[in-house]
Structures are given as structure tokens and as C-alpha cells.
Write a protein that binds this ligand. Structure first.
Ligand SMILES: Nc1ncnc2c1ncn2[C@@H]1O[C@H](COP(=O)(O)OP(=O)(O)O)[C@@H](O)[C@H]1O
Ligand SMILES: [Mg+2]
Length: 263
């Protein structure tokens, strides 16, 4: 019985959370992504790697329909989150964006207190009614690894936090709407190395509960964090696979060249 349960759990963990089929994206006619086929595992950190301009952000934003916010964007193909085809006409976009949260390159705290930045999402989603708001705010600040540092200054403006703390605050705010998937678009690129490590540690501790998809062009960061790697080049997906295999035994010549710093 126990082995059966463990087996079942293993299968669930290995499940695909996001599946992309034949995805192509154009910005005003210019091709940014071409025929992408991709399966992202649940409860792991998937790193999307590749040089600047190769389509990493575009691929990430295809997963929560953020691409549509840019005018002139044409999207072809299918993106499934938990088996739901998110580009179907009857899909509620807000629901998709709640399920799939985005942590941007730079933190954008709301012009209000630290507390209210987290409470904001909770109030919108009516979560302040049932449980105690204070407890929930604390919970999400703890998940984002910020609570201990700021618990005595909750009602001070968020703008007074360091940029690294602001990024963790934005993570807490994002978590408060209870996404299943966290997208990070180079979320540490504006941060100093110590703040970057804080975010990395946080993402590592969150992966047991969330699926994390992280864009980076920093190879060392990818090596530290990735369970699964997707390598992009010039709008195409070159190679994907488990991190160990990807870094140690790349299948493609282009991947090998990239890993050896030749690109
Ligand atoms: N809003 C946009 N309008 C036109 N072209 C864009 C836009 N955003 C990105 N691109 C182009 O699409 C390609 C992929 O961009 P992007 O996904 O941002 O790459 P990356 O995140 O890997 O740097 C690039 O050639 C970029 O110039
Ligand atoms: Mg980008």
C-alpha cells in the first residue's frame, strides 16, 4: 500500500504541468518564436536559457496570455496549463493569470504600505473575509522569505524597502492570489548578488508547492537552480531535458557550444 502511494506520488510529481504544441509568435509580422514543442514538469524548476533576443520572454509570456497585452502580436498553436487550452475563446483570461503568476525583471511594488501590498490581492479575491487577513499577510511574507526582516515595519511604505526586498514583496503579493505556476523573467537581474541568492533560495523552497519557470541568461544561475532546462536560440527551441543530462551530456552541437561559451 505504502509503495503504491509513493508510486502514485512519483507519477504525479513527474506530470506535465504546461504543454506547448507548435507555438509560433510574431510581433507585427516579425517571427519571435517558431514551432515550439515543450513539456514542463510539475513541482520542479524549469529554466529557459539562451542569449538575449532568442525569445525567452516571449515564450514565458505565452504561458499566461501576457503576450496579448502587446499590440500586433499574432499567436499560433496551443498552450495547455493542467490540460486546459488557455487560448480557447471561452477561457477566462483572469483565471489563467491567477493560476500562472509572473515575477518581472524589476519589482513594481504598489504605492502603499508593505502590509497593503500583500493584502491588496487577498482583498480583491475575497480571501480577507474567511481567514484573518493579518495571518495571511504573514504567511505569504514568510513564503517569500521576507517576514523576519520587515515584521516590525509592516505599515511603512513599500518604497522604503531595498530593491531586493521589494522583489520578495512582489513575490509575496503574487503568491497571495494562490497561483499554481510562478513565471520569473530574469527576476534577479536588477539585484545585487546577495539579494539574488535570497530570491534563488526562495524559489528553491517554493518548488515543492509550485511549478517554477525561470528565464535566465546566466549559466551559473541555471546550473544552481534547474531541474529541467529549455535552451532557445533565434526563436527556436534547440534542446530540452533534465538538468543533469542537459549540462553533462547535451545532445545538440549548438547546446554544447553555448555551454562552452562559444556563443
Ligand atoms: N513588443 C515587441 N515588438 C516587436 N518585437 C519584439 C517585441 N518584444 C520582443 N520582440 C522581438 O522578439 C524577439 C524575442 O524577444 P524576447 O522574447 O524579448 O527575447 P529574450 O527574452 O530572449 O531576450 C527579439 O527579436 C525581440 O526584438
Ligand atoms: Mg527577455
Amino acid at each position: 500500500m505504502v509503495t503504491m502511494v509513493t508510486e502514485l506520488k512519483k507519477q504525479m510529481l513527474a506530470q506535465t504541468h504546461v504543454k506547448i504544441e507548435n507555438l509560433s509568435v510574431r510581433y507585427n509580422g516579425t517571427q519571435a518564436l517558431q514551432n515550439i514543442e515543450l513539456e514542463i514538469p510539475r513541482n520542479q524548476i524549469t529554466v529557459i536559457l539562451g542569449p538575449s533576443g532568442c525569445g525567452k520572454s516571449t515564450l514565458l509570456k505565452s504561458m499566461n496570455r501576457f503576450l496579448e497585452l502587446t499590440e500586433g502580436t499574432a499567436i499560433e498553436g496551443n498552450v495547455y496549463v493542467d490540460g486546459m487550452d488557455i487560448y480557447q475563446a471561452d477561457v477566462d483570461v483572469t483565471r489563467v493569470r491567477n493560476k500562472v503568476g509572473l515575477l518581472a525583471q524589476r519589482p513594481y511594488p504598489l504605492p502603499m504600505s508593505i502590509y497593503d501590498n500583500v493584502a491588496f490581492g487577498l482583498r480583491i479575491h475575497g480571501k480577507d473575509r474567511n481567514a484573518k487577513l493579518d495571518d495571511l499577510v504573514q504567511h505569504y511574507l514568510e513564503l517569500a522569505g521576507l517576514w523576519e526582516e520587515i515584521k516590525d515595519r509592516l505599515h511603512e511604505p513599500a518604497s522604503g524597502l531595498s530593491i531586493g526586498q521589494q522583489q520578495r514583496l512582489c513575490l509575496a503579493r503574487g503568491l497571495s492570489v494562490e497561483p499554481e505556476i510562478i513565471l520569473g523573467d530574469e527576476p534577479t537581474s536588477a539585484l545585487d548578488p546577495i539579494s539574488a541568492r535570497h530570491i534563488e533560495k526562495c524559489l528553491q523552497s517554493l518548488k515543492s508547492q509550485y511549478t517554477i519557470i525561470l528565464v535566465t541568461h546566466i549559466l551559473r544561475q541555471a546550473r544552481r537552480l534547474a531541474d529541467y532546462v529549455v535552451f532557445m536560440y533565434l526563436g527556436k527551441l534547440v534542446e530540452q531535458g533534465p538538468a543533469e543530462q542537459f549540462f553533462n551530456h547535451p545532445r545538440e552541437e549548438l547546446t554544447r557550444a553555448y555551454l562552452e561559451g562559444e556563443i
